[in-house]
Design a protein around this ligand. Structure first.
Ligand SMILES: [Mg+2]
Length: 343
């Protein structure tokens, strides 16, 4: 099962938001092997990510046996270490790693949930992320029993008022989480957390910039609501640094950015040892969903990106629940036309 080709492309998403998620956004990586199989994975980094895949990673991977994914991950990481470690280079590695995992499942003829020790078809709870109280309330009406409200880009009083509105609309039984997308300072984060406690907020996500470890340390000691973060952290080694310092209650790796399935599996294993939760960023997309189904003692999957319509055959969230299918690998397909795109 030798690798004969590695390619990457950034499929067009006409409805993608016009910010870095488009310009440096999701790339599709394919790895072809000499036994006729193709594995697909989604990474990040836009054109810069494609360049890393098709130069450094391609040169290293072609000719190698595809089956020892973990060893190939280490080689990819070492090849990019001088300019990588976090950010774009690891986002590119993530796509290649996920493509190698897709090949692993396809070679065994199994969905990855089974390769990871779980079962396909079991219902998992999903939560809806919304950018306004109205949007999360709509999600609740659609059957979601857990929602997350984006509360950043306003002061603590404004955020608390929105959380109060959502809690009153959804009642005491709904799970309500919050996300400030790195937009606050420590004082604002603490004020918000103290206000949120009265409304039973499940977690406060990314209140501070992702590199403010001292700030997160302070919050871990003072916040009355659990603090979550991790969608902008990279590699299991870095996650272990956070866990060792007991900085968070909830870790949110993005499998398409943090290094792929190889790293997500390690993060789940470490989280079990450290007694913390893993709630992968946009976990309802297949790339994280198989790991959630197999490895999470209390699965909870975040609604994905509706504009990524070029990933075909993804399972849908129905009445707030989602199930992985029993198709081999990640179980998704792509139109051949995406490979004809101008890079
Ligand atoms: Mg977030």
């Amino acid at each position: 099962m030798r690798i004969i080709d590695v390619r990457a492309v950034q499929p067009h998403s006409p409805t993608a938001p016009q910010d870095w998620r488009s310009w440096l956004g999701q790339i599709l990586v394919r790895v072809d092997t000499d036994d006729g199989l193709t594995g697909y994975g989604v990474g990040g980094g836009g054109k810069a990510g494609i360049h890393v895949v098709e130069t450094v990673l391609r040169e290293m991977l072609v000719g190698q046996d595809a089956s020892d994914v973990e060893a190939l991950w280490t080689q990819m990481y070492r090849k990019t270490l001088a300019f990588g470690q976090k950010g774009l280079a690891v986002m590119a590695i993530s796509g290649a790693d996920l493509a190698l995992w897709d090949l692993r499942g396809k070679r065994e003829g199994k969905p990855l949930v089974e390769a990871l020790g779980g079962r396909a078809g079991e219902a998992m709870m999903a939560y809806k992320t919304g950018w306004s109280p109205r949007e999360v309330e709509t999600g609740n009406a659609q059957g979601f029993r857990a929602v997350k409200l984006q509360v950043g880009r306003q002061d603590a009083a404004g955020a608390i008022a929105q959380v109060r509105q959502v809690r009153q609309a959804l009642g005491p039984d709904a799970q309500v989480m919050t996300d400030a997308f790195m937009s606050w300072d420590l004082e604002t984060a603490l004020q918000a957390a103290e206000g949120f406690a009265e409304y039973g907020v499940g977690w406060l996500e990314e209140p501070l910039p992702c590199d403010d470890l001292a700030g997160y340390e302070h919050l871990a000691l003072k916040s009355p609501v659990p603090i979550a973060a991790g969608e902008h952290e990279y590699t299991a080694v870095a996650f272990e640094g956070w866990m060792r310092r007991e900085l968070l209650a909830v870790y949110q790796p993005d499998v398409c950015w943090c290094g792929g399935m190889t790293e997500l599996v390690k993060i789940y294993e470490m989280a079990g040892r450290y007694g913390v939760q893993v709630r992968p960023h946009r976990g309802a997309e297949v790339w994280g969903l198989h790991a959630i189904a197999a490895l999470d003692p209390e699965p909870l999957a975040e609604s994905g990106r509706p504009w990524m319509t070029w990933v075909k055959d993804q399972p849908e969230i129905v009445d707030g629940e989602i199930r992985v299918t029993d198709r081999p690998g990640f179980g998704v397909t792509f139109d051949e036309g995406v490979w004809a795109l101008d890079k």
